[in-house]
Structures are given as structure tokens and as C-alpha cells.
Design a protein around this ligand. Structure first.
Ligand SMILES: C[S@@+](CC[C@H](N)C(=O)[O-])C[C@H]1O[C@@H](n2cnc3c(N)ncnc32)[C@H](O)[C@@H]1O
Length: 274
């Protein structure tokens, strides 16, 4: 697996915005640069709910992981599009409920690689690993993941806030289907994804504000499009919903969602492979 912050040869292009650093800014983090902050503020100006939405996304991660460990009995996670380490990363939530959980993190952003050490703080009973790879390079991801995860047992594939970084021409649904083919029955798929059909005009304006400035464009998708990623799987109740409403009020301490009365343009869902 890849090394930690002192890894040699990691170079950051700070002149253009990167989603990991922009997301870090929205979450109130410090690992971002002028170009990231500029585009993050442009999006806030058009969609003030973005900060609440990204916090709700982290809370969804917490509730989904806690459900997977405490209710579904899953002990293995493949978390692709990890993001910068933040409060309650996947292995922390999982190992709080079952210390033997094993987590493989995958991200393609050099700044996440630089901070990977914070993700490698596994409970000795379990294991965490970090793979520096692109979601579109599934061969590399699966080859490395099998060094840590047992693909004969259920694996939760976590694609939280990452599929919108994959353009339609790169066939995100095919990538999801290939990932779910690689894991056995009883495995799970978790997705969170910005919505194109909630606060529709504001979302379209904010996506343009981001995409005008960033080298990797983002694609918000509709409820129907996000639901199609789960084809062939059994959705856990309540299905694909605005993610702050997904099993709100459940989960470990600190994973609560913001109030459910308002709309947030961000879908979440979890499903089991039959
Ligand atoms: C918005 S953050 C989401 C972080 C975390 N999963 C969460 O839900 O809080 C998206 C992450 O996906 C990563 N990412 C974007 N495109 C990717 C790709 N093609 N392959 C791997 N990681 C990618 C980014 O570098 C970033 O760290």
C-alpha cells in the first residue's frame, strides 16, 4: 500500500481547484488553497445550503457505516473517494462498533495521499489501508484491495460523494456494476450523490459556477439516475432519499442528521447484493 504524508514525489497543483480541497473548505477544514476557496465561495454564493449539505453527507456516512456494522454485520469496507480525513472517518465509525473491521480507502487526489497517515490509525484488531488510485482503474483498485479484504465475505462498497466526479462518458453505472460483480452476495453498496432535481435552478447555477473553474467537471444526477446505480440490488429502507432523511435519528452518537424539514440537493442510499 502507499505511504503516508512523507511520501516522496507527491506534488500538488494548487493553481486549480480540486474537489477534495473544496469539500474540505465547505466542511470548515484547513487543507485548501486560494483557488479552492475561490470556487467554493462561488458555489456558496449560488447555493448557500452547500455547507449544510456536505455536513449532512458526513453524517450520512456515519449512519450508513454504523448500520452496516451494527445491523447488517458487515466487517469489510472499500471506501472509494475517501476525501481528506475528517471527523468520524469510515474506519473510526466501523471500529467503534466492531474493532475487527477492515477498511481499504481509495482516492486519486495527491492531497488525500499526503494525509493518508490519518486514515491508517486502525484498531489493532482490524486493519486500514490506503490505495492511491482512480475509480476508473478498477483493475488496480481490486488487485490492491484483495491484499486486505477477503472477497469471499461481504464487503461494503462506499461511493460517497464521488460518482458525480465521473462524467457520463466514463460510464459510472458500468463501474458500479463491475464493483458489485467483484463482491459476493450479502455485500452492500452505499452511494451519496448531488441531486439535479432538488432546488433545480440553484443546483444548475452552482454546478456551472464550479465547472467553469475546475479541471474535473461535476455532474449532478436525478433521483431516477441515482436509483439506477442500485439496479439488481435490494435497497435498504427508506431507499434513495435526500440523505439527511436517510434513517435520520439512528446511528452512533455524532452521526445525527440536520433537521429533515428542509430540502437538501443530495441523495443517499444503501442496498444489499442478493
Ligand atoms: C466530495 S469528496 C467526498 C469525501 C467522502 N467520501 C465523503 O463523503 O465525505 C470526493 C472525493 O473523491 C475523490 N475522487 C474524485 N474523483 C475520483 C476518482 N476518479 N477516483 C478516485 N477518487 C476520486 C476526490 O479526490 C475527493 O477526495
Amino acid at each position: 500500500m502507499t505511504g503516508g504524508p512523507e511520501s516522496e514525489g507527491v506534488s500538488l497543483d494548487t493553481s486549480v481547484p480540486h474537489i477534495a480541497r473544496v469539500y474540505d473548505y465547505w466542511l470548515g477544514g484547513k487543507d485548501n488553497f486560494t483557488a479552492d476557496r475561490a470556487v467554493a465561495e462561488r458555489v456558496i454564493a449560488t447555493l448557500p445550503e452547500i455547507r449544510l449539505s456536505v455536513r449532512a453527507q458526513r453524517a450520512f456516512l456515519g449512519r450508513a457505516v454504523h448500520y452496516l456494522v451494527a445491523e447488517a454485520g458487515v466487517r469489510q469496507f472499500l471506501d472509494i473517494g475517501t476525501g481528506l480525513p475528517s471527523a468520524s472517518n469510515t474506519h473510526e465509525v466501523a471500529q467503534r462498533a466492531a474493532p475487527e473491521c477492515r477498511v481499504v480507502y481509495v482516492d486519486n487526489d495527491p492531497i488525500v495521499l499526503l494525509h493518508a497517515r490519518s486514515l491508517l490509525t486502525s484498531d489493532p484488531a482490524g486493519e486500514t489501508a490506503y490505495v492511491d488510485a482512480d475509480l476508473r482503474d478498477l483493475g488496480a483498485i481490486l488487485a490492491r484491495a484483495t491484499e486486505v479484504l477477503d472477497f469471499g465475505r461481504p464487503v461494503a462498497v462506499m461511493l460517497l460523494g464521488v460518482l458525480h466526479c465521473i462524467a457520463d462518458e466514463d460510464e459510472p453505472a458500468t463501474l458500479v456494476a463491475r464493483l458489485m460483480e467483484a463482491v459476493p452476495p450479502g455485500s452492500y453498496l452505499a452511494i451519496s450523490h448531488p441531486a439535479s432535481d432538488v432546488a433545480t435552478e440553484q443546483m444548475a447555477t452552482s454546478m456551472r459556477a464550479y465547472n467553469d473553474q475546475a479541471p474535473v467537471p461535476l455532474t449532478a444526477r436525478s433521483h431516477a439516475e441515482v436509483s439506477r446505480f442500485f439496479d439488481g440490488l435490494d435497497l435498504v429502507e427508506p431507499g434513495v432519499v435526500q440523505l439527511h432523511r436517510w434513517r435520520a435519528g439512528t446511528g452512533a452518537p455524532g452521526t445525527g442528521a440536520p433537521g429533515t424539514a428542509r430540502d437538501l440537493p443530495n441523495y443517499g442510499g444503501l442496498a444489499r447484493k442478493p
